[in-house]
Design a protein around this ligand. Structure first.
Ligand code: TRP
Length: 339
């Protein structure tokens, strides 16, 4: 293998929610760090979101919001390839091609589909496929295409997505075994950059910060909203004068993650000694998060403004991606005998 050719790392981001601090620490920063040393590809998987989002304004909002978040977090659109999945028509043509090479049984065993059937079974429904659309069922094929068409070597994902990357490898193998003498897909592997405590952020209730627990802190909320969310973090009702266990509330664990070490040490000592109230710690936390994220928030707000440079950046990113996807699809059409 030519060592001068850099390996390709590809990450897909499904725009199904408002980005929060846990996403930033747990997924965005590790994925951006990993990009050093690879040819990095990032895209917004907006058509994957269509399997669940039926509100046109919301789908559009999440798509722009997630794109703006990654750019504000430091994604460099000149050094990476950054685009919307829906801007790359080759992906959808190849999805049909690879659907024809994918075993249905493989899709039957996909975690998300199985989970939907389990929910129906538990609810006592006779039709275990109730509420399951073909988009959900075909989701792994579309994701395989996302990966394979960009000839990615590595795919940084969360644990829940590892099976999907294995499916992509399987599907690549199925294609290669028939047409490999004319076109060979690269066989991708997953990497899990999010593991380890450095990347797990506690939410407002002390459990891992996650949208499904409802314990998130928004990433780019105005300071007043941030203050409100932090005010609601539960603490014990020990009076101000009394000594407190700093580690009894998520306020302090979060402060440890975002404030200067000197402030954290001083606060720990003052809480333990008594005389410091949780309200003051909450103010410190608000200040720490706000000062760290204010510059990013300004950039985010500018990108979210109507007809900001966000749209141009995405158009440019799609052009760059299609320089790759067009010839790949050409070769595949030729390999399979189409056109
Ligand atoms: N399914 C991924 C998720 O829910 C998003 C995604 C779509 C993706 N296509 C991808 C991730 C390709 C990695 C590679 O998080």
């Amino acid at each position: 293998m030519d060592p001068t050719v850099r390996k390709v790392s590809l990450t897909g981001i499904k725009p199904t929610g408002e980005p929060h601090l846990g996403n930033y620490i747990g997924a965005i920063l590790p994925a951006l760090d990993l990009a050093d040393g690879y040819d990095s590809v990032y895209f917004i998987a907006d058509y994957h979101a269509l399997t669940t989002i039926r509100d046109r304004a919301l789908l559009r909002h999440y798509t722009r919001s997630v794109a703006a978040t990654w750019l504000a977090a430091g994604l460099d659109p000149d050094r990476t390839t950054f685009y919307l999945q829906s801007d790359i028509p080759e992906i959808f043509e190849l999805t049909w091609v690879l659907s024809c090479m994918s075993a249905k049984g493989l899709m039957n065993r996909a975690h998300a589909y199985k989970a939907a059937r389990d929910r129906n079974r538990e609810a006592g429904k006779e039709d275990l496929d109730a509420g399951v659309n073909m988009g959900l069922f075909n989701y792994p094929v579309l994701m395989a295409v996302d990966i394979l068409i960009m000839e990615a070597d590595v795919v940084p994902v969360g644990r829940d997505q590892v099976q999907h990357v294995e499916y992509a490898a399987d599907i690549a193998g199925a294609f290669n075994s028939v047409y490999g003498d004319r076109y060979r897909f690269k066989v991708p592997v997953s990497v899990i950059p999010q593991d380890g405590s450095a990347h797990t952020l506690p939410g407002t209730d002390g459990r891992k910060m996650s949208k499904s627990y409802g314990n998130t802190i928004p990433l780019f909320a105005p300071e007043a909203d941030l203050r409100k969310v932090i005010k609601r973090i539960p603490t014990d009702s020990v009076p101000v004068e009394a000594p407190k266990d700093p580690d009894s509330s998520a306020v302090f664990t979060l402060l440890e993650r975002f404030a200067e070490p000197e402030l954290v040490a001083a606060t720990r000592a003052r809480l333990a000694a008594g005389g410091m109230g949780w309200g003051e710690v909450k103010a410190q936390l608000t200040e720490a998060i706000n000062s760290r994220f204010a510059p990013l928030r300004d950039r985010y707000d500018a990108l979210m403004a109507p007809s900001s440079e966000l749209d141009d950046l995405l158009v440019h990113g799609a052009d760059k991606a299609r320089k790759h996807t067009r010839p790949v699809l050409e070769r595949i059409r030729d390999a399979i005998g189409i056109g």
